[in-house]
Design a protein around this ligand. Structure first.
Ligand SMILES: Nc1ncnc2c1ncn2[C@@H]1O[C@H](COP(=O)(O)OP(=O)(O)OP(=O)(O)O)[C@@H](O)[C@H]1O
Ligand SMILES: [Mg+2]
Length: 255
C-alpha cells in the first residue's frame, strides 16, 4: 500500500484576540495529498480564521495561542468576493500574468502565455486572448474563475477555498464546483473548502468537519456523517438543506 503521510496537519489550533478571548478553540484535522475536506458551519464559527492560520496570514490583532499547523506543500487561497479580490484598475490577463511572473519566475513573455493557458483551463472565453478586459467588464462567475486561476498560478499543493461560490447564482456555482473537481484530478492539489452550504461541501469533499463557535463539533467521512450524524448541530444543518417539493403522481394533471 502507498504510504499517505498528511500534506496538511492542523493540531489543537487555538486563535484569540486580547479582548475577546478564544475565537478558534482546539481545532484539529489532517488532509492527505489530493484529498478534499469541507469545513462547514454557521457564520462566525471560525472557518475563515482557520484558513488564514493555515495560509500564515492572520488578521492584525489575532494571535495563535496554541497548537500547530504543519504543511507539506505550499498553499494558496481563493478568497470570497472575487471582484473585491481583483485590482479594478488592471486588466485581468495582465493581473494574472503578474502573479505567474513573480511566483513561477519565468520571463514576461512566458508569464503571459502561461496566464492565457490557465484561463483556458478554467474555461474563460477565448476573446480574452485578443483583448484584455477589466474585472468590471467580466461577470461574477468569470471573475471567480480568474481568482481561482490566480491561486493555481502559485502551483499550490493545498488549495484553500473560502466560500468561493457564495456570491454566485446556482448554475454558475455548479460550473465552478465542476471546474474545481476537474482541476483537482488534473493537478492533484489537496483542498480545504469552506462553506456554510452543507450540500456543496458534501458534493465536493470526501471528509467533513462541522464547526460551531470556534470548535469542531463533528468530523468524519461525508457519507457517514450525513447518514449518522451524532451531534444535534450537524443534524440541524442536514435538516436545513431544503429538499425540492415532491411532484405528486405521474398522472397529475395541471389544470
Ligand atoms: N480581524 C478580526 N478581529 C477580531 N475578531 C475577528 C476578526 N476576524 C474575525 N473575528 C471574529 O472571529 C470569529 C470567527 O470569524 P471567522 O471570520 O473565522 O468566521 P466564519 O466562520 O468564516 O464566518 P462567515 O461564514 O460569516 O464567513 C467571529 O466571531 C469574528 O467576529
Ligand atoms: Mg468566513
Amino acid at each position: 500500500m502507498i504510504s499517505t503521510s498528511p500534506i496538511l496537519e492542523v493540531e489543537a489550533l487555538s486563535l484569540a484576540t486580547k479582548s475577546h478571548g478564544k475565537l478558534v478553540d482546539n481545532v484539529s484535522f489532517s488532509l492527505g495529498k489530493g484529498e478534499s475536506l469541507g469545513l462547514v458551519g454557521e457564520s462566525g464559527s471560525g472557518k475563515s480564521l482557520t484558513l488564514r492560520a493555515i495560509l500564515g496570514l492572520l488578521p492584525h490583532g489575532i494571535e495563535q495561542i496554541g497548537g500547530t499547523v504543519k504543511t507539506g506543500a505550499s498553499s494558496a487561497m481563493v478568497f470570497q468576493d472575487p471582484r473585491g479580490a481583483l485590482d479594478p484598475l488592471c486588466p485581468v490577463v495582465k493581473q494574472l500574468a503578474e502573479v505567474v511572473y513573480y511566483r513561477q519566475r519565468v520571463s514576461r513573455k512566458a508569464s503571459r502565455s502561461i496566464a492565457l493557458e490557465l484561463l483556458e483551463m478554467l474555461g474563460l472565453p477565448d476573446s480574452l486572448q485578443k483583448a484584455d478586459r477589466y474585472p468590471s467588464q467580466l461577470s461574477g462567475g468569470q471573475c471567480q474563475r480568474v481568482v481561482i486561476a490566480m491561486a493555481l498560478a502559485c502551483k499550490p499543493g493545498i488549495l484553500l477555498c473560502d466560500e468561493p461560490t457564495t456570491a454566485l447564482d446556482v448554475t454558475v456555482q455548479r460550473q465552478i464546483m465542476e471546474t474545481l473537481t476537474r482541476l483537482q484530478h488534473e493537478l492533484g492539489f489537496a483542498m480545504v473548502f469552506v462553506t456554510h452550504n452543507l450540500a456543496i461541501a458534501a458534493a465536493l469533499c470526501a471528509k467533513l468537519c462541522v464547526m460551531k463557535a470556534g470548535q469542531i463539533v463533528e468530523e468524519g467521512n461525508t457519507l457517514r456523517l450525513l447518514q449518522n450524524p451524532t451531534n444535534p448541530y450537524t443534524q440541524m444543518l442536514i435538516d436545513s438543506v431544503l429538499p425540492l417539493p415532491e411532484l405528486e403522481g405521474n398522472g397529475h394533471s395541471w389544470n
